[in-house]
Design a protein around this ligand. Structure first.
Ligand code: ADP
Ligand code: MG
Ligand code: MG
Length: 881
């Protein structure tokens, strides 16, 4: 097996074998850029080493041969006593893991060659500084000596001479320091610093292999979802020296500004320094303009090479470079990381410059980046210590006075104050307070807890699961891990993008991208670039994007953001607040007449809700879901009620009646209880009232000259029989209203597919349905047999840590299981009813990865929270490429 490739033998497509750095060095060598020669030991050799604890047998001979070639090319021998060749030994995995693994410079120096280097270069100080660096780096990285021991020794020398920088240590001092370093190694390891250059090289390569499993690297891979099995390549490269005096130096450069995306070369330069110095920040670098002043020839050459790289990679590139006595060398390149804003700007600019086409430009950006750009942000300084950190559940930035209950939130907000609602966790009871608040903060629950889901739906800032906070709603205060107490009325800043909470009001910057998306006009290069990407996504996508919206305000906003209708209009919010007493009356009704009276009172209210939403979405489909949650959610809490009754001097008879009802309706497992279509069948008159309200709203809108497109959706169906019964009732009511008004009311009637049985029997269900909407939240719960609210706070974090889940199945659809049911449902449904429309509502409808899956599964639309619509449009477009 070939384990060693000279730089000239590889190319950029070999990153899996040569690592990103090795592939980049190979490609630059091919392009004729000035790269110090060298060779790459493959990731395959690393994998063998890590698995067996020994290098593959062929490696030794292959490395020796490659080194001999390198020596011939350079006309010098590794570590030779006169004019030695020195090399760097550099890690480089397939995916960039900057600074996570080891690199060792100046291999080949020893007590003899340091003298040769001094003579050949004519710089004695430089030679001893390099030797000192090698002993230090080798001692720490390869021989495992605590790095602080070396640092302390340097500091002692500086202190003795009363100088500030290593720069100021002279030859004698560096000589003494090197001896001290060797002594430290001897003392700590019982071993000598190896003088044999070949041994240095062999051990350095090994140390780089081993650094793959270092703590830092492992943590990084876990966070970035990089596989543990890839291993790293090792690049052995002839050293060039930026620390040879004022005509030398080292730096990093980008082909464009990676922060803003602006055109033109951008970077930092550090005169008289070696590569490591820039990254470690021992001295302050200067802008590239300074290089232009110092060494115009190298500056112009750098510009040329950057242009070559960018037109070759057709993307933003960054490089590490070194100038050695006026000669420029390029040491590394890769397609550069960039901010969200720069990503959009660069994609558009490259397209306009003709480097890439519109499809490629769309691939270069993504929905997550767009979402990040849409929210106002705090100007946080790195030294601001947050009060707490939680899960960034719903992005954006908000400032307000802390309140601990829904009623106070409503009251203070009504007085014009901005408030932040703080709860241990939220329930449907907190909804009015959540609406009134600028942000919601909880100490329990994850990204799909009630607080998170509802807040995201409303586009409200939310941080949840800030577990270090102790929330005491009775005393109206919260306590942080460090003992800071925040009481009602204190102002906090909540950052839903990063998940942090700060004391006091941090300064806010509004998002111009958010504003530009809502009114469709570009106000800057960035907003123009975002609108540009979206326009192309809209042109190529097949999936429609609809919104989950329950109020006219949400519908208006969603439409402005590009929604092509409403895919899920929940009606349960319409049963809360002041209407609660009517709902109570309906539930407590002793006979049909009393129930009819209560429903009759709800009817005009519901009709008005629907009229508003249909007006906001005029001409576009509005899918209205009939009441879904179990009725006890609309009644007071059982324990609270029992306590109130037990402690009252004169117990309220109404309370007593209520408690009886609550107890009657209590369920062990409400998620699987009397809800959805079951409720529709069990509560006489409920479906009729809702359908009538919809039908009358449609008639009203038509008579006002509108084009209402209501669709009626029945939740939680498990068998076609359920759907048949409710459908018959729905059609009966529609016919009634047609009779009364003369209006033709042939509204589409469909169902949610959110039980495995529904997906498996989709062929039969489709016979009674005009459309399917996959409720993937419930479908995930019912397929996995786990309750979202319980799982998120308990074992999901463990499962993520242990790698049972890559991501939470509530965030990204589980393609193998839940996704398979969606595919079965679509296929069987369409086979039985070719005109069947299919879509998905629920959190997954706005998740980039899930959207790509839904595109492939052949759905007609996805539906998501209004604020996720732009990202969903973008991803639906990207899914086609
Ligand atoms: P990382 O992956 O952490 O960036 P590198 O392998 O790129 O590590 O090396 C760290 C630093 O050492 C870089 O600044 C690089 O420019 C410098 N360096 C590496 N090899 C050489 C070399 N052959 N000559 C001069 N400087 C080098
Ligand atoms: Mg580097
Ligand atoms: Mg559901």
């Amino acid at each position: 097996i070939k384990y060693v490739y000279a730089f000239g033998e590889g190319d950029r497509d070999m990153a899996a074998l040569l690592g990103g750095k090795g592939a980049g060095l190979a490609e630059m060598t091919r392009l004729g850029l000035p790269v110090p020669p060298g060779f790459t030991v493959t990731t395959e050799a690393c994998r063998t080493f890590l698995a067996s604890g020994a290098e593959p047998p062929e490696l030794h001979a292959q490395t020796a041969a490659a080194l001999a070639d390198l020596e011939d090319a350079m006309g010098r021998r590794l570590g030779a006593p006169d004019d030695p060749l020195l090399v760097s030994v550099r890690s480089g995995a397939r995916f960039s893991m900057p600074g996570m693994m080891e690199t060792i410079l100046d291999i080949g120096l020893n007590d003899d060659s340091v003298v040769g280097l001094a003579k050949a270069s004519g710089r004695e100080r430089f030679a001893w500084d390099s030797y000192r660096r090698l002993v230090q780096m080798f001692g720490h990285t390869v021989m495992g000596v605590d790095g602080d021991l070396f640092q302390d020794a340097i500091a002692a020398h500086r202190a003795k001479l009363a100088v500030a920088a290593d720069q100021d240590l002279d030859v004698g001092e560096l000589h003494a320091l090197t001896e001290e370093f060797k002594e430290i190694i001897r003392r700590e390891t019982g071993e000598e610093f190896p003088q044999d250059p070949a041994e240095q090289l062999r051990r350095a390569v090994r140390a780089v292999f081993d650094s793959w499993n270092g703590e830092r690297a492992r943590v990084y891979r876990h966070r970035e979802h990089i596989s543990e099995d890839l291993g790293t390549a090792v690049n052995v490269q002839a050293m060039v020296f930026g620390n040879l005096g004022a005509d030398s130096g080292t730096g990093v450069a980008f082909t464009r500004d990676p922060a803003t995306g602006e055109r033109g070369m951008y970077g930092d330069y550090l005169p008289d320094a070696q590569g490591e110095d820039v990254v470690s920040g021992v001295r302050d670098a200067v802008p590239l303009a300074e290089l232009k002043r110092l060494d115009a020839t190298s500056y112009l050459a750098l510009g040329d090479h950057l242009r070559t790289l960018e037109s070759h990679y057709r993307d933003l590139c960054d490089v590490e470079f070194t100038v050695e006595r006026g000669k420029l060398w390029i040491l590394q390149t890769r397609v550069g990381k960039r901010t969200a804003q720069a990503a959009f700007r660069i994609a558009r600019d490259l397209r306009e410059e003709g480097a890439i086409n519109a499809d490629e430009a769309l691939v270069r950006v993504d929905g997550a980046a767009l979402t990040r750009l849409m929210f106002p942000r705090f100007d946080v300084h790195s030294d601001d210590v947050p009060l707490a950190r939680g899960v960034p559940a719903s992005p954006g930035a908000a400032v307000g006075a802390v309140v601990f209950d829904s009623a106070t939130a409503q009251r203070r907000a009504a007085e014009g104050e901005d408030v932040v609602l703080v709860r241990r966790e939220t329930t449907p009871d907190d909804l009015p307070g959540m609406i009134a608040a600028q942000a919601v903060l909880t100490s329990r629950g994850g990204k799909t807890s009630h607080a998170a889901v509802v807040a995201r739906g409303m586009g409200k800032v939310c941080v949840c699961g800030a577990e270090s906070l102790t929330v005491d709603p009775v005393a109206r205060r919260l306590t942080t891990a460090t003992g800071t107490v925040v009481t009602e009325g204190d102002v906090v800043s909540v950052d839903g993008t990063t998940g942090t909470v700060h004391l006091g009001a941090l300064p806010l910057t509004a998002s111009e991208v958010g504003e530009a998306l809502e009114n469709g006009t570009a106000t800057s290069e960035v907003t123009a670039a975002v609108l540009d990407a979206l326009a192309h996504a809209d042109a190529v996508r097949r999936l429609e994007v609809r919104a989950n919206a329950d109020t006219p305000e949400d519908a208006v906003r969603a439409r402005a953001l590009g929604a092509q209708g409403i895919g899920l209009c929940r009606t349960e919010h319409m049963f809360l607040g002041e209407r609660r007493s009517l709902v109570e009356a309906m539930i407590l009704a002793r006979d049909d007449a009393a129930r009819a009276a209560a429903l009759g009172a709800l009817l005009p209210l519901q009709r008005a809700d629907f009229t508003g939403i249909l007006a906001a979405m005029d001409g576009l489909p509005v899918t209205i879901r009939l009441l879904d949650p179990p009725l006890h959610e609309f009644l007071p809490d059982r324990t609270e009620l029992a306590v109130r009754l037990a402690t009252a001097v004169h117990p309220d008879p109404h309370d007593r009646e209520l408690l009886a009802a609550v107890e009657r309706m209590h369920e062990q497992n409400p998620m699987l209880g009397l809800r959805g279509v079951r409720l529709a069948l069990a509560v006489p008159g409920l479906v009729a009232m809702q359908v009538r309200a919809i039908a009358e709203a449609v008639v009203e809108r038509r008579r006002a000259g509108g084009d209402p497109r209501a669709e009626i959706m029945i939740p939680l169906v498990g068998t076609v029989e359920e759907l048949r019964l409710v459908r018959a009732e729905t059609e009966r009511v529609l016919a009634e209203v047609t009779e009364e008004t003369g209006e033709d009311l042939d509204l589409p009637i469909g169902t949610m597919i959110e039980l495995p049985r529904a997906a498996l029997t989709a062929g039969r269900i489709a016979q009674a349905a005009d459309f399917f909407s996959f409720g993937t939240n419930d479908l995930t719960q019912t397929t996995w047999g786990l309750s979202r609210d319980d799982a998120e706070g308990s074992f999901v974090p463990l499962y993520l840590d242990e790698g049972v889940f890559d991501t939470s199945p509530f965030e990204t659809i589980d393609q193998e299981g839940v996704g398979r049911l969606v595919e079965i449902g679509v296929e069987a449904g369409r086979a039985a009813n070719p005109r069947l429309e299919t879509g998905v509502c629920g959190e997954h409808g706005g998740d980039p990865e899930s959207i790509h899956f839904f595109h492939q599964a052949g759905l007609d639309y996805v539906s998501c929270s209004p604020f996720r619509i732009p990202a969903a449009r973008l991803e639906a477009g990207r899914a086609t490429l």
